[in-house]
Design a protein around this ligand. Structure first.
Ligand code: NA7
Length: 549
């Protein structure tokens, strides 16, 4: 079997892996980036379904560390579609000559820590890679969640999951069914509805969605962004969402009902679900009565847009506005088309996928040529659970995470030395690029710290490892639960708590305290010499990382 040795192996060539590769090369380490895809891009490599779009304002949906590129790389719209995102990430890889470190079409199957020589053995479909450090940039939303409906393999038509989209497809004149109406389903439905024979939307929970208001960006706007980029980033990094806008500090009932409507209307006209949720009133995420005022406003909009009373009824949510906020480019409007229907599968679930379509619990059959599962992901820990990672004591990560995933600030787990996760479970819910940068900066500092200790030792090849303490992990988990308990997100069975995957242990998978607070905690940890981590050498029991420097 082929054996190779690198200082660091990075798994994943998405937004996290690319930046991590850049930083570790600058640090002087030998690296290999491994990805099962045939090219870089991560999320944007896989998510090529019609309508796929980032819902972060374009100036903030990129890296901040290459200022020249930030100001010169062309983008045309206020929101980037998947092709733009993929092209941008490929551009960064080439601009910084990182492709030569990357190996594609290679799947990691397992990883094992070797206590003898302080290395990881990363077993892949192309042999073993050995390294002192492993960084996982495998995505928080990357492991497709196929619906657990019997008979999927019997379907004779075209069957797709949005996260594994085919190179070519043609739905014209076909009978298309879509299961799921989260961010993905809403984008897909909106885009394909005008171009199919018929569209059946199989819906469990109706969703609140705000217009995105996707529009071209003028030269003047871009110039202004370029002029103020430093301020834009500085504000974003300390904010809750990192979205590049001021979050509200006003409570919904601090203003009159009339003023509230005006604020909602302004947010509806400006676009973006995330902005609508956090830029209007600060307590929409924590206070039910406040949240209901937003629900009522959006329900009013649905009533204005959707003409057919039965479709309108099915599309009107009955829950709080407490899932991942969505935005769209004309979602509700599609249901005014005669060829678009909704099937309420909460009332009448899909009992079986048959060779010709689906059969509902009440016996109704819907024949289909194409069935698309926009059913999301086994989010946050799903991709990790497939890797079979064996740590210091022989315990696997799956065993360590039996009661749900536990991490220290989303970046490390106790018992897994020199293994760092970019946006692992219990990372914040915020704009991905600044989150990626905060984690990669932390990981780079951690690796530099270990390298310093190694080189400062008696032997050049000293064995040194850094890992989270159990206490560090527990304290972060407690904080995640405390913050989560204050949030209304807990009221919906969404992927934030594992509620979307059948049989998954329910736990708090996200840090709801915001990007700013989390980044500050990461920085404090670096500044104080990694106090919630242990530094061990040559198999000793370990010492506080802080006390060893
Ligand atoms: P989401 O947000 O998890 O949405 C998945 C959708 O699929 C949602 O409407 C689910 O219904 C539905 N679903 C999931 N499983 C089933 C089964 N078994 N039967 C019927 N319907 C099902 O995933 P997305 O891909 O839309 O978005 C994920 C993130 O990607 C998004 O937040 C962005 O950050 C990018 P339910 O929730 O019960 O109504």
């Amino acid at each position: 079997m082929v054996q190779r040795y690198y200082d660091a192996v990075i798994i994943g060539a998405g937004m996290g892996g690319i930046y991590q590769a850049y930083r570790l090369v600058k640090l002087g380490l030998t690296i290999k980036v491994i990805d099962r895809a045939e090219g870089p891009g991560g999320t944007w490599y896989w998510n090529r379904y019609p309508g796929a779009m980032s819902d972060t304002h374009s100036p903030l949906y990129r890296y901040s560390w290459d200022k020249e590129d930030l100001q010169t790389y062309k983008w045309t719209h206020n929101y980037l579609d998947s092709k733009d995102c993929l092209a941008y990430l490929n551009h960064v890889v080439d601009r910084h000559d990182l492709r030569k470190y990357m190996q594609f079409g290679t799947e990691v199957v397992s990883m094992k820590w070797n206590e003898e020589d302080y290395t990881w053995a990363v077993h892949t479909s192309d042999g073993v890679f050995n390294s002192r450090y492993v960084v996982t940039g495998i995505g928080l939303l990357s492991e497709p969640n196929w619906p657990a409906i019997p008979g999927r393999n019997n379907f004779k038509g075209e069957l797709y999951h949005t996260a594994r989209w085919p190179e070519t497809y043609d739905f014209s004149n076909k009978r298309v069914g879509v299961i799921g109406n989260g961010s993905t389903g809403v984008q897909l439905i909106t885009t394909v509805a005008p171009n199919v024979g018929s569209l059946l939307c199989f819906q469990r929970h109706p969703q609140y969605s705000i217009p995105a208001r996707r529009a071209p960006v003028s030269r003047e706007e871009r110039d202004e962004i370029n002029r103020t980029y430093d301020d834009i980033w500085a504000q974003a990094r300390t904010s809750f969402t990192g979205g590049g806008f001021q979050e509200s500090t006003v409570k919904a009932f601090d203003v009159s009902a009339e003023e509230r409507q005006q604020i909602y209307q302004k947010a509806w006209d400006a676009g973006s679900g995330i902005r609508f949720l956090v830029q209007t009133f600060e307590d929409l995420v924590t206070d039910e009565a406040a949240n209901e005022t937003a629900c009522d406003f959006i329900k009013g909009k649905i009533a204005e847009i959707v003409k057919d009373p039965e479709k309108r009824r099915k599309l009107t949510p009955t829950e709080l506005y407490a899932r991942r906020p969505l935005c769209d480019t004309g979602y509700y409007e599609q249901f005014n088309r005669e060829n678009v229907e909704i099937v309420d599968i909460m009332a009448n679930p899909i009992a079986e996928i048959t060779s010709t379509g689906v059969r509902l619990a009440n016996g109704t059959r819907h024949d289909l040529d194409v069935l698309i599962c926009a059913t999301g992901y086994n989010a946050f820990d799903g991709a990790y659970r497939k890797l079979h990672i064996q740590g210091r004591t022989g315990t696997t990560l799956n065993e360590h995470w039996l009661a749900g995933p536990t991490t220290n600030m989303g970046v490390a787990a106790a018992g897994f030395p020199n293994l760092f996760m970019i946006l692992g479970p219990k990372s914040p819910l915020a704009n991905v690029p600044p989150m990626v940068e905060a984690h990669v900066d932390f990981i780079t500092a951690a690796i530099a710290h270990v390298e310093d200790v190694r080189r400062g030792g008696r032997e050049l090849a000293g064995k040194v490892a850094l890992e989270s303490t159990l206490q560090g992990e527990e304290e972060w988990g407690t904080l995640c639960d405390l913050v989560s308990d204050k949030m209304l997100f807990k009221k919906a069975a969404s992927y934030f708590y594992g509620g979307n995957v059948e049989g998954k242990v329910k736990s708090t998978l996200v840090f709801f305290g915001g990007l700013g607070m989390w980044s500050q905690k990461l920085q404090e940890c670096v500044d104080n010499g990694f106090p919630s981590f242990t530094l061990s050498r040559d198999g000793d029991a370990g010492e506080s990382a802080a006390s060893s420097v």
